[in-house]
Design a protein around this ligand. Structure first.
Ligand code: CDP
Ligand code: CDP
Length: 226
């Protein structure tokens, strides 16, 4: 069985996919980590993301692999080097949509993404899973949430476990909101495999729902499809 979870930044895709994967014993595929790895590698090697053919060549050359669980997250490696933290910096956030809009980069990611699902159950999350990568997925979920709520969750996630002044949090929410709205616009407006809800996807708005509530909705949908 393949479950596709698509949606904009901070809508809860990774968290929900992780929870569903754990409960059902599925493998989790984080396709965003792959585009982040390409953007990081280009930045590290001084390759301009505006140079479409050099970036596409880079995407074909690097080997992206996933490791075992690390604090609930799967580790990500580029040519054997652990990049799990390096792919989540603000610099990569700002550059990843440019890498992901490159059709040559997307073509290079498609094969490994499809191979990942060979022979086992997978929950895959990203932007084009239900539309392009696995259009035959048995269950497609399009996860959304109000942009300000997504920004708030991102900021709270960043400061998890630490005491931070409310005014600092407020300022960060404003900045994060601007950042995710810019990235969502780039991801939605690109020509190749834009962020869009597949016709046969179930839309879930998580703005006023907890993670547990969303996971139980998905559990019901899985039971129905099975
Ligand atoms: O975690 P967050 O939702 O902020 O981002 P992500 O899932 O790690 O994805 C990072 C970026 O990769 C997105 O903003 C897209 O530009 C790109 N992406 C994509 O184009 N197609 C996918 N299937 C997954 C991610
Ligand atoms: O992967 P994506 O960017 O779509 O989002 P995420 O990283 O899974 O979720 C961003 C943050 O929102 C995490 O800290 C989640 O725990 C939180 N979240 C939440 O509080 N309530 C939800 N219904 C979904 C996510």
């Amino acid at each position: 069985m393949i479950i596709a979870i698509d949606g904009p930044a901070g809508s809860g895709k990774s968290t929900i996919a992780r929870e569903v994967a754990t409960r059902f014993g599925f493998s989790k595929l984080d396709t965003g980590a792959m585009y982040r790895s390409v953007a990081l590698s280009a930045l590290q090697r001084g390759i301009s993301l505006e140079d479409a053919s050099a970036t596409a060549q880079l995407a074909r050359d690097i080997r992206i692999t996933f490791g075992t669980e690390n604090h609930g997250n799967v580790s990500v490696f580029v040519d054997g080097i652990d990049v799990s933290d390096a792919i989540r910096t603000p610099e990569v956030d700002r550059n990843v949509s440019a890498a992901a809009a490159n059709p040559g980069v997307r073509a290079a990611m498609l094969d490994p993404q499809r191979r990942f699902a060979e022979g086992h159950d997978v929950v895959a999350e990203g932007r084009d899973i239900g539309t392009v990568v696995f259009p035959e997925a048995e269950l497609k979920v399009f996860l959304t949430a109000d942009p300000r709520e997504r920004a708030r969750r991102r900021v709270m996630q960043r400061h998890e476990g630490s005491e931070v002044d409310a005014s600092v949090i407020e300022a960060e929410i404003e900045q994060t909101l601007a950042d995710i709205e810019r990235r969502d616009a780039l991801d939605s407006k690109r020509e190749t495999a834009p962020l869009t809800c597949a016709d046969d996807a179930v839309r879930i708005d998580s703005t006023s729902h907890t993670i547990d509530e969303i996971v139980s909705m998905i559990e019901h949908l899985i039971a129905e499809r099975r």
